[in-house]
Ligand binder design. Sequence first.
Ligand code: ZN
Length: 175
Amino acid sequence: MMEIVLYPDPRLRAKNAPITSFDDELKQLARGMLDLMYETKGVGLAAPQVGVNRRMMVFNAEGDPEKPEFETILCNPRVVRKAKSKVSAEEGCLSFPGIYAQVERPEDIVILAQDVNGEEFELALDDWSARVFQHEFDHLEGVLFIDRFSPSDKMRLKPVLRGLEFDYKEKIAGS
Ligand SMILES: [Zn+2]
């Protein structure tokens, strides 16, 4: 049973290996991640967030299972170009329940990635979808959105992070 890996699980900071086989297992993983993302009301999910340290992510910037045309599965994505202009907006993360803060990111981005069959394609993203991609791409790099918070948000959210760290230790101790 697939479940969301929560902060501070070390798998969120581990190195993620490239996808090399575009097989049924990969397709099932992608489908399972999309379903779990919808169940948990997310708009994106990276493989390390389900404990799989591989360079794969899924997102649907609309967050709506009734709109599968917005489903995107990216294997081995890389950033080709990004806008110099940055915009700030509030983000949450399925691995950080209860934590929301402003994050500044480039407004537009162009990426190269492979689909679940290994076919390479280019994708230009802007606004919200560019933000969702960059948040998930950070996960593939072992970077978490808390790393990008302003000093005042870091201070404000410290007690909530401490709470997550406490819950994690309890869970490890109980398993
Ligand atoms: Zn996240």
